[in-house]
Design a protein around this ligand. Structure first.
Ligand code: C2E
Length: 906
């Protein structure tokens, strides 16, 4: 299998040209057209069927009516025949009134207007020659002018509608045929407001003996009269149709066709014209032919009308539209499906191309392996990692790799698990040196493994970085020595091992003497170079198995393993002191530096690493106190002192919390006029059990244990508050001097503390004097200058305390914003009489004068001392001879008195 098989070839293109949605629309339109056509055909046929059914129905209706009409006319004919029989039987003068009642003519034969019997006189007269004379008229019924008459021909009064000239032919036909014969249209009275209406005569010849002779001549000779009945056509028809039929209209023509004279029409001509159905029928009545024109009326048409075709058409259109929509949507769906397929294929190809690109250009080595662990494909990166040709790599059985971890990982992947291993051998070639991470990813299709992908990442760089970081994390970056953290681990292990073999562990705590000065004066780079050289020398003083750590600027710890006797520590310490004190060459300069060493030995000096380190630290301080450049073993006394310090610290914290500090004030006096010029605030600890404790007992501990800032802050607030209170009480404005410790200056809290105290008390800054020792200033000159200048700008005065005991350098005096120097009491103690001290005091006073600084002497206990100082031009002084430090109340008494009366000497 090659890479194309795995990831496809981007050069292949699948084109599924979309034929476009429009190209399939015609199908939908065709379906619509066909469907609509079918629908129209169906509709058409349905309409035709219905039309034919309606016509059939109309024909049936007409048949029925026509039959009825025929029947009715026959009925009239039969009735007239019956009348003929009656008249024959009653001889010459029949009672027609009785006849009409007997036959219920009015009820059963509507339309009969009159009945007349026209008798032939005895003498034979040709009817065509005869006139008619009326004998008798009789009403047929009330309300209707229906008459019955018996007349003798010729008539003097003809019955209604009788027109002898016109009707002679009817009589002749009746006579000659012996049959019933009718006349054409005659107008008959209707008996209502409508006036005259069309009608006809129905004539029946009456023969002698009552029967119709067979021979024409006999019929002519035996004729005795004519029975004539006037019948109104409309009434006759009303009986059949009703007066205004709703379904069928009838038009009666007196003749053989529709062009014959109109006899009667039931509706207007427009109704006939608008009718959907027509039928023409004929009636043969009394030797005449009538044409009956039947036409359908809306009443009939609505009965036969059907909404079926409309429904059919609507349903058909709907179905067509639905069909159209379905086909439309199907064609659309097909297009969409094709489009989706096209896009999916394109996307698949795109993915394959991307995968291929990924495979080829991956920043990782990638190889594919078949189920048996053989390499089937790999990318260039992997070839670069292995440094082998593709042909050599393909087909390699990785399950036979020399690295068992890799083989196990691959086996797991073949079984379906995702696995990762890190190895320090190059996969495939097995070369050692570089580090790789191999990630095996099984690739499955439908749950079945197809192949395994292996991503190979060169992690050598990362491993090196990790090792470097690890080294940095455990070593001092400057000297390369172990750092405190790692050293602690070594110490723990060393103690644990020593415990097992019943040996001792020695811990040396080293601190270079005056390293800070080197650093401050010559710069950090020189300091660093010095530290590196010292570290190298230390390494030469101990065994391989021992450990050296740099744990701070110039502090080192040395762990001495497996000691049989503590004395060995002393030997190493001596060796170190000797090695360190050898001159050092830094650039072109030569230096020499010393070291103070504290020694603690496990198990005696500390049960664990921390305790041991504390003991060594204490011992190192002890060495420092013992003049540096020496070593000291940890002792029980040191420990006791350390405990005391800790106890004092705890008590001081409590004291701060419970406000157990108080201030005493010592007057500063101008002896020229015995007036108080200022006061120095001196802190005391009003211990609840031990009573009043002087500052010498707790200030060093407070400084050492980091409490001096809090105590100093309290002092500043209290002193400022007191000075302001005295001022408010009406005393003279009195500057108050406050002692500031080196640590307050160094740690940068002083500025805020002073500002806070001034703000809280409202004291004028000019009434505050800060006493700072030379040593404190010298510790960090730059910070001191910055802070003190700041405070000076506010108006606060700066005084150098204990002047003369430290550097007393003119250089710093010039840089600092100082107002006053205080001559240390150690110089004052033995004057007059000690020439050195006298000279020093003289020099200080003269220097102060020339620098235009104030000067004050402290510790003045005698009048001689005062006289000496005054003689040198230093009238400002402070001391027991003038006043002792007093609580505020006592001091107020002094203030109230105004001047100071010196005590007796001593
Ligand atoms: N022998 C003798 N001593 C005299 C005479 N006149 C005054 N003294 C003592 O000398 C010390 C003067 O203060 P200092 O030199 O600043 O020395 C102070 C100062 O360094 C420190 N201290 C006192 N109060 C504070 C404070 O509030 N903050 C800080 N940081 N240190 C303070 O404690 C030191 C000792 O203070 P104190 O015990 O109060 O001792 C005071 C005072 O009682 C004298 O004629 N003869």
């Amino acid at each position: 299998m090659n890479s194309k098989e795995n990831f496809g070839d981007p050069s292949e293109r699948v084109e599924i040209a979309p034929r476009g949605f429009a190209s399939y629309r015609w199908v939908a339109w065709l379906v619509l057209a066909l469907s609509l056509s079918l629908n129209l055909l169906g509709w058409n046929s349905m309409v035709a069927d219905l039309q034919s059914q309606s016509e059939d129905r109309f024909e049936l209706t007409v048949d029925e009516f026509h039959r009825a009409m025929n029947g009715r006319l026959d009925g009239y004919v039969r009735a007239v025949k019956s009348m003929q029989a009656y008249v024959s039987a009653t001889d010459r003068t029949p009672d027609l009134t009785r006849l009409k009642e007997t036959m219920r003519v009015a009820e059963d034969y509507p339309g009969v207007a009159w009945i007349a019997y026209m008798r032939i006189p005895a003498r034979e007269v040709e009817p065509q020659q005869a006139g008619f004379a009326v004998d008798q008229l009789a009403s047929l019924s009330e309300g209707k002018r229906i008459a019955a008459q018996t007349a003798v021909l010729p008539l003097s009064h003809a019955p209604e509608g009788w027109r002898p000239a016109e009707h002679r032919r009817v009589l002749e036909l009746a006579r000659d045929s012996g049959e019933n014969r009718i006349s054409g249209n005659i107008a008959l009275a209707s008996g209502d407001v409508n006036g005259r209406r069309p009608g006809f005569l129905m004539v029946q010849a009456v023969y002698r003996d009552g029967s119709v002779p067979h021979e024409l001549s006999a019929r002519r000779n035996n004729l005795t009269g004519f029975l004539s009945v006037g019948i109104r056509v409309d009434t006759l028809l009303f009986g059949l149709l009703g007066e205004k039929p709703k379904e069928i209209a009838v038009r009666l023509h007196d003749g053989p066709n529709a062009r014959s004279p109109l006899f009667h029409e039931s509706h207007q001509a427009s109704d006939f014209a608008a009718a959907r159905f027509h039928q023409e029928r004929y009636l043969n009545v009394g030797g005449r032919v009538w044409t009956v024109d039947y036409a359908s009326l809306p009443g009939f048409e609505s009965k036969v009308a059907s909404r079926q075709p409309v429904r059919f058409l609507a349903a058909g259109v709907l179905v067509s539209l639905l069909l159209f929509a379905v086909v439309w949507s199907l064609s659309r769906t097909r297009i969409q499906a094709i489009d989706v397929a096209r896009r999916m294929t394109a996307s698949l190809r795109g993915s394959e191309a991307k995968l291929r690109q990924l495979f080829v250009q991956a920043p990782l080595g990638v190889m594919t392996l078949d189920k048996s662990g053989r390499i089937t494909d790999c990318n260039e990166k992997l070839l670069r990692y292995t440094g082998a040709e593709r042909e050599r790599v393909l087909g390699v059985d990785m399950l036979r790799d020399g690295n068992p971890d890799l083989v196990a990982s691959l086996r797991n992947a073949i079984e379906g698990a995702t696995t990762t291993i890190e190895t320090d051998r190059t996969p495939v070639t097995g070369e050692a040196g570089d580090h790789f991470r191999c990630h095996f990813q099984p690739i499955k299709l439908d749950g079945e493994l197809i192949n395994v992908l292996c991503f190979v990442e060169d992690i050598s760089e990362r491993k090196r970085a990790e090792a470097h970081i690890e080294h940095l994390a455990h070593h001092d970056a400057l000297t390369g020595l172990t750092n405190r953290h790692r050293f602690g681990e070594h110490l723990d292990i060393a103690i644990a091992n020593a415990a097992q073999v019943n040996r001792s562990v020695g811990l040396l705590f080293l601190d270079l003497d005056d390293f800070k000065t080197v650093n401050d004066t010559l710069g950090h780079s020189v300091g660093d170079a010095l530290l590196v050289q010292i570290a190298q020398r230390l390494e030469q003083c101990v065994r391989e198995s021992d450990q050296i750590a740099r744990i701070g600027g110039d502090e080192f710890l040395i762990l001495l393993n497996n000691l049989t006797e503590p004395k060995a520590c002393a030997r190493v310490a001596e060796k170190i002191i000797a090695a360190v004190s050898q001159p050092l060459e830094l650039g072109e300069r030569q230096f020499s530096i010393t070291v103070s060493i504290g020694i603690a030995v496990w198990p005696g000096d500390g049960a664990n690493a921390d305790a041991l380190a504390r003991s060594a630290d204490l011992a190192m301080y002890h060495a420092k106190n013992r003049g540096r450049n020496n070593y000291q073993f940890f002792t029980a006394e040191l420990n006791a002192k350390a405990f005391e310090t800790l106890a004092t610290e705890a008590a001081l914290r409590k004291a701060l919390e419970h406000q157990e500090f108080v201030l005493h004030y010592q007057a500063q006096v101008d002896v020229a006029n015995s007036r108080i010029t200022g006061a120095e605030a001196l802190v005391r600890w009003q211990h609840p059990k031990l009573g009043l404790i002087g500052p010498d007992k707790f200030i060093p501990v407070a400084e050492e244990r980091g409490l001096i800032n809090r105590i100093g802050d309290w002092v500043l607030h209290a002193a400022c508050r007191q000075a302001k209170a005295w001022e408010d009480a009406g005393h003279l404005q009195l500057p108050v001097a406050v002692n500031i410790s080196a640590r307050q200056l160094r740690e940068g809290t002083l500025r805020d503390s002073v500002l806070g105290a001034l703000a809280a008390s409202g004291l004028d800054p000019h009434l505050l004097v800060l006493e700072i020792t030379e040593t404190a200033v010298m510790e960090d000159m730059d910070t001191a200058v910055a802070v003190l200048e700041d405070l000076c700008k506010l108006g606060v005065a700066i005084e150098i305390d204990d002047f003369g005991t430290g550097y007393s350098s003119l250089a710093y005096l010039k840089r600092l914003p100082i107002h006053r120097l205080k001559i240390d009491r150690s110089f004052v103690r033995d004057v007059p009489g000690t020439s050195d001290d006298e000279a020093i005091i003289r020099a200080i006073v003269s220097m102060a004068h020339s620098l235009k600084l104030d000067v004050i002497a402290e510790g003045v206990e005698t009048a001689d001392q005062a006289g000496f100082l005054r003689g040198l031009g230093c009238p400002d002084m402070q001391g027991f001879w003038l006043a002792r430090p007093e609580p505020p109340v006592e001091f107020e008494r002094l203030l109230a008195r105004g001047d100071i009366v010196p005590t007796a000497d001593g």
